[in-house]
Structures are given as structure tokens and as C-alpha cells.
Design a protein around this ligand. Structure first.
Ligand SMILES: [Zn+2]
Length: 257
């Protein structure tokens, strides 16, 4: 498996050899190839959460999913969450909501409703800063702990699951989740519901590669996503899929004991 703990020493070694070859041979071409590869693989590891390059991540249930999938919603709660909850209830589906701490403060009743209706809450940082990928470990821990404590004050539970904003992982994120003892949850099926404007295309994208065990990424922050769910949920039901929470799908504890 591609892990930074294995890849970094390899790059250091090959980089050093290529540098020596450059000094004594006169051409630094191989040295630049190694540097480019190192930069490329590090960027890939940071942005593809499925790689688990910097820290272990769960992103699907590979075996024995038996028709189960996990719908997940990031960036809420928002005024659109109420309709998302209504739809989930109508189809008896359970979901996992990766909430932003600030938004939990703004919509405490919607947050409580998530729990009352049997859904799971995860941490998606306190403020979802655009600079998330560049924050230091200390600031990341503050972002995580602040969100945990708001969720605890609102629903009496401390989430074990964390989804990094933008799906970014790096050594600082890895250390921060180690300190807060949380588990990173990624996705295997990405709706792109915040960037694709046509609802048809979003539905098509999700369904095209859908398989049992998938963790599907949505955002409960727009009417567009609500409209997509109105079409997707009956389709899922017809195909025999059932949405469960991430803890159920992966057989993990969703909250601190
Ligand atoms: Zn987000």
C-alpha cells in the first residue's frame, strides 16, 4: 500500500543517489524526475482520501455489505436539512451528518432532530476554514475539539467520526485525529452536488458506479441536493438498497463511550 512512511524514505534515498549522480555525472535530470514524483504522489495522497496515505481512513465496506449503503451529508445543518430528514424518514433510511460546529450552534433543533430520528452525527470541524489543509496540528485540534464540545452540549454525545473538509489529509491532520482519538471517514461515491448544476447529472453520476457498501458524499446545503434525493431515494429502494448510518455499515462505535 502507498503510505507516506514508506514512500518518504524511498524518495530521500533515490533523491540522494540521483543528486550524487548529477554532481558526478553532470546531468540532474533524474534528480528532477524524483522531485516531481515526490511532489505528485504527496499531492495525490493529500487529496484522495481513499488512499489513506497519511492516516488510516474508512471509505466503504468492501465485503458482505448485503445491499447496504451509507448516505452521508456534509456542511450542515442548514435550513435544507429539514427536508432531507423528511425524505430519509419517508424511505426509512438512516444517514450520517458531518456537521460544522458553527452550524450546529445556529440550528440546534435540527441537530437534535437528526439524533431523535436515528441518524449519526460526525465532526466536520468548527468553522470549515478554507485554509484547512495548511493549519498546524494545534489549530486543527482546536477546530476538532470545539466542534466536539458544541455537539456534546447540543445532543449529549461526542462524535468518534471525523470527515476532513475538502477530504484533505496530511501529517498534521493525522496527528490531530490521533490526539482527539477520532476516526476519519471518507467516501467511495462522490455526488459532486456542490459543483454540478444539473440534477440529472448528479443522479446519473451516483447511480452509474453505485455498489453495496458505498459511502456516498452529499451536502445538506441546497435545494438542488433535496431535489436529487427526491429522485434518488425511490430508485435506491426499487433497486433493493438500504441506507444505514456509517457506524452500522462499518460496525464501529459512532460516539465516545
Ligand atoms: Zn465540507
Amino acid at each position: 500500500m502507498l503510505k507516506h512512511t514508506i514512500v518518504y524514505p524511498l524518495f530521500l534515498l533515490t533523491g540522494f543517489i540521483a543528486l550524487l549522480a548529477g554532481i558526478f555525472g553532470g546531468s540532474f535530470a533524474w534528480f528532477f524526475v524524483v522531485v516531481l514524483l515526490a511532489v505528485g504522489i504527496t499531492a495525490w495522497g493529500a487529496f484522495d482520501i481513499r488512499l489513506g496515505y497519511f492516516t488510516p481512513t474508512f471509505f466503504q465496506k468492501k465485503y458482505n455489505a448485503e445491499g447496504r449503503i451509507a448516505l452521508t451529508f456534509d456542511d450542515g445543518p442548514s435550513p435544507y436539512t429539514t427536508e432531507v430528514l423528511q425524505l430519509l424518514k419517508a424511505y426509512q433510511f438512516k444517514a450520517t451528518f458531518f456537521c460544522i460546529g458553527k452550524h450546529v450552534l445556529a440550528y440546534p433543533d435540527i441537530t437534535k432532530q437528526m439524533i431523535d430520528e436515528g441518524h449519526t452525527l460526525g465532526n466536520h470541524t468548527y468553522s470549515h476554514r478554507k485554509s484547512f489543509g495548511f493549519l498546524k496540528e494545534k489549530d486543527l485540534v482546536t477546530e476538532l475539539e470545539k466542534c466536539n464540545s458544541i455537539i456534546y452540549q447540543t445532543v449529549g454525545k461526542i462524535p468518534k467520526f471525523f470527515r476532513p473538509p475538502f477530504g484533505v489529509t496530511n501529517p498534521s491532520v493525522a496527528k490531530a485525529v490521533q490526539r482527539t482519538k477520532q476516526q476519519i471517514i471518507g467516501w467511495s461515491n462522490r455526488s459532486l452536488d456542490t459543483v454540478t448544476l444539473e440534477e440529472d447529472k448528479i443522479v446519473e453520476r451516483v447511480c452509474k458506479k453505485l455498489k453495496a457498501g458505498d459511502i456516498i458524499l452529499f451536502h445538506d446545503t441546497s435545494q438542488r441536493t433535496v431535489n436529487v434525493l427526491k429522485r434518488l431515494l425511490p430508485y435506491l429502494q426499487k433497486q433493493g438498497y438500504i441506507s444505514v448510518s456509517v457506524d452500522d455499515l462499518l460496525n464501529l462505535h459512532g460516539y465516545e463511550e
